[in-house]
Design a protein around this ligand. Structure first.
Ligand code: CMP
Length: 148
């Protein structure tokens, strides 16, 4: 039995050609499988739609500016416990906290600031399905689970 999650390698990671290969290695080392992969370039309206729940928060403009600053990668990941495994690999939202408490995580290694935190991971099966649908509208999550 396997689970799907949606991962983002945010624009700061993709701006440095040396970094994505290191991230893919870290993913494979955890036996997490990359099911689909796509490069994305957002306009302001796309960021506003994906981050609608954050509208009005103090970091919202910063977040949209960051996520529209350049191309990034969206990944569908699978593993027995993909949501938890990917979130464990990326570590806490805030890179400084990650460096103190979980120095082996990807945000500890590569994250820049609270907003420019380099990675995203879905937090539940329901949000994973919604977020996969956002970036991979042709991917049938329910059919994938039936095939497992
Ligand atoms: P993510 O969890 O992928 O989606 C929401 C994003 O908002 C988060 O990554 C950060 O980039 C940003 N964010 C969340 N909390 C804060 C915060 N306290 N200050 C600044 N940015 C934040």
């Amino acid at each position: 039995t396997k689970q799907l999650t949606l991962a983002l390698l945010k624009p700061d990671i993709c701006a440095n050609a040396a970094l994505p290969p290191k991230i893919f290695e870290a993913i494979k080392a955890k036996n997490i499988n990359i099911v689909q992969q796509r490069q994305v370039l957002w306009k302001e309206v796309d960021a506003g739609s994906f981050y609608a729940e954050h509208k009005g928060k103090f970091f919202y403009q910063r977040l949209c500016g960051y996520m529209t600053s350049g191309p990034f990668q969206a990944l569908i990941l699978s593993s027995p416990n993909a949501i938890k495994e990917w979130r464990a690999l990326i570590g806490p939202t805030h890179p400084v906290r990650a460096r103190i408490h979980q120095p082996d995580t990807l945000r500890a290694l590569y994250g820049l600031t609270d907003t420019r935190n380099s990675f995203h991971g879905s937090d539940s099966d329901e949000t994973a399905k919604n977020e996969i649908g956002f970036f991979f509208p042709e991917f049938d999550v329910d059919a994938w689970y039936k095939q497992q």
